[in-house]
Unconditional design. Structure first.
Length: 135
């Protein structure tokens, strides 16, 4: 299917559901937090240890996001290795990393679209706890 991928419901809630379309009623809500997969190399694990706590604190890391975050961490580790050893920027890998970072809201332009309230008062927190207000 061509076109943009759908915006995650969590981001719709945080941005105030600008399209005013109905939110999904039975969307799966995975638990927060994720464990690093066993296959991760040490350098990728260092990236995980740096990024995972930040993403968890922001509420965007869930139990089903572990593999995607691990792939991002492995790509970042490989990127750093190539730059260090070959002194060049691997353009295709850089673009792939940027796309993966966008999925986690790690780029300034993605964060600019999200307005988050403190966790206990946020629309997302209310949605995840079952108080599904679409205001």
């Amino acid at each position: 299917m061509a076109g943009r991928p759908p915006k995650p419901t969590a981001l719709k809630i945080l941005t105030g559901n600008p399209g005013h379309r109905p939110l999904p009623k039975n969307e799966p809500m995975p638990e927060r937090g994720a464990a690093p997969p066993a296959w991760m190399p040490l350098k990728a694990r260092k990236e995980w240890d740096r990024l995972a706590p930040v993403l968890d604190r922001l509420g965007v890391l869930t139990e089903v996001d572990g593999e995607a975050l691990a792939e991002l961490c492995a790509a970042r580790a490989k990127f750093q290795e190539v730059v260090r050893e070959e002194g060049r920027v691997p353009t295709e890998l850089w673009r792939a990393i940027q796309a993966m970072e966008a999925r986690f809201g790690l780029t300034p332009s993605d964060r600019a679209r999200v307005s988050a309230e403190p966790k206990d008062k946020s629309k997302l927190g209310k949605y995840l706890s079952g108080q599904r207000s679409t205001e």
